[in-house]
Write a protein that binds this ligand. Structure first.
Ligand SMILES: NC(=O)c1ccc[n+]([C@@H]2O[C@H](COP(=O)([O-])OP(=O)(O)OC[C@H]3O[C@@H](n4cnc5c(N)ncnc54)[C@H](O)[C@@H]3O)[C@@H](O)[C@H]2O)c1
Ligand SMILES: O=C(O)C(=O)C[C@@H](O)[C@H](O)[C@H](O)COP(=O)(O)O
Ligand SMILES: [Zn+2]
Length: 372
């Protein structure tokens, strides 16, 4: 279809396409036909997505003579846990999935991360297709093969790198996404500008409000530019070993600590934590003399212009900076007692710093929590 953009994630032996555009869900069967060997196809989703899109998927698979076999899980971050992982695996085993089969993850990042992890361990690895239905999942989580669940000790601490065989991002489905979820996903869009593309950040300043208000062209451009940015990084450093992929973690060390402190609950969505986390990373960079205050202010101002929370004090936490810093000690970037941090020399100039003292971060957070 001419209005579908295709971005390749180039990985030796495991390259795949990310297809972005309107109407892709209705063509699911046709788009996946080469991957679907059996008459029945396991589809993992959550209750909200099933209510909206189950019929469309059933019809799209029927076109190529396939029948969906549904596992519908509760919606929300708390589904990314051991119990639901076991439920997905038991379901796939009961469905008789073989290593050469492909299962479908239909939903946001929660369903994608959980299903991808199940696929990585089922019979030591089966195939899967990501059909992301949130802005966050379309611009970030469906691409690059990070899969995981949360455990009581922290976020995404049990997981695997397992690449999908195909990603189908139907931008039409963003039309039913609640505004709060759209804004949370938008944080990960802005992230790509802040990492290494100041022009894209400026594009976000100019187009972000329209994107959030429903502008279809802005949505397609944001998704395709974000996917292209992520694909470039993942192709260079698939398993986060050289430091390049770690750039995608901008704002996440702070953000994951805030998610932990709020109990992975609806009090703070992942993308909301990332937005506040990126403002904190920018302000901490200012404190260290790396970045101009005006640039950090520009980032916070953009989120506020998009009706997003940008200040940690807005969360009404009762903890201190030390407690948040303690959460950070479970970060997967920890390396022999030190925690590498994503800092900024300016908008579009993010780098991995290896000389950050966690005590200094705790003191900085105390100041941020006490901000007037
Ligand atoms: N693997 C990665 O690289 C990566 C990257 C970023 C985030 N993540 C993870 O992704 C998760 C967050 O993903 P998310 O923000 O998509 O959350 P989510 O999966 O919980 O989805 C958000 C909400 O939107 C609903 N929803 C989904 N699609 C909808 C649609 N089209 N219309 C209406 N409602 C819809 C869902 O039911 C849910 O209630 C976190 O666990 C985060 O850690 C992973
Ligand atoms: O793909 C990546 O690499 C990322 O870091 C993308 C992040 O947006 C995402 O939230 C990821 O799951 C965080 O990774 P983690 O290794 O800190 O769990
Ligand atoms: Zn993220």
């Amino acid at each position: 279809m001419s209005d579908t953009k295709t971005i390749k994630v180039a990985l030796a032996g495991r390259s795949y396409d990310v297809r972005v555009g309107p109407g892709l869900l209705g063509r699911l069967g046709v788009e996946c036909a080469g991957l679907l060997r059996k008459a029945t196809i396991p589809v993992i989703t959550d209750a909200n997505v099933a209510a909206l899109y189950r019929d469309r998927v059933d019809t799209a698979l029927a076109v190529v003579g396939k029948q969906a076999r549904w596992l519908v899980l509760p919606a929300g971050e708390q589904t990314k846990d051991w119990a639901h992982l076991a439920q997905v695996i038991d379901f796939l085993l009961a469905e008789g999935v073989d290593r050469g089969d492909h299962i479908v993850a239909l939903g946001g990042g929660v369903i994608g991360d959980l299903t991808g992890f199940a696929a990585s361990v089922l019979k030591r690895g089966c195939g899967f297709v990501q059909v992301p239905t949130t802005l966050l999942a379309q611009v970030d989580s469906s691409v690059g093969g990070k899969t995981a669940i949360n455990v009581p000790m922290g976020k995404n601490l049990v997981g695997a790198f397992h690449q999908p065989a195909l990603v189908l991002a139907d931008t039409d489905v963003l039309g039913t996404l609640p505004p709060r979820e759209l804004r949370a996903g938008y944080a990960e869009v802005v992230k790509y500008g802040l990492i290494d593309d100041p022009d894209f950040f400026a594009w976000c300043e100019a187009n972000g409000p329209a994107l959030l208000a429903g502008d279809e062209g802005a949505r397609i451009e944001a998704v395709s530019r974000s996917v292209a940015a992520k694909a470039r990084v993942v192709a260079q450093d698939e398993r986060e070993t050289t430091g390049t992929r770690a750039l995608l973690n901008l704002g996440h060390t702070f953000g994951h600590a805030l998610e932990a402190e709020t109990g992975y609950s609806s009090a703070l969505l992942h993308g909301e934590g990332v937005a506040i986390g990126m403002v904190l990373a920018a302000r901490y960079s200012v404190r260290r003399g790396l970045m101009q205050l005006a640039e950090a202010d520009r980032i916070a101002a953009h989120f506020k212009a998009c009706a997003m929370r940008a200040e940690v004090k807005d969360l009404g936490l009762s903890c201190d900076g030390r407690r948040l810093a303690d959460h950070m000690l479970h970060d997967k970037k920890m390396d022999a007692g030190t925690l590498p941090f994503l800092l900024m020399r300016g908008i579009g100039h993010t780098f991995l710093a290896k000389d950050v003292a966690i005590d200094d971060v705790a003191a900085f957070l105390d100041d941020e929590l006490a901000r007037p």
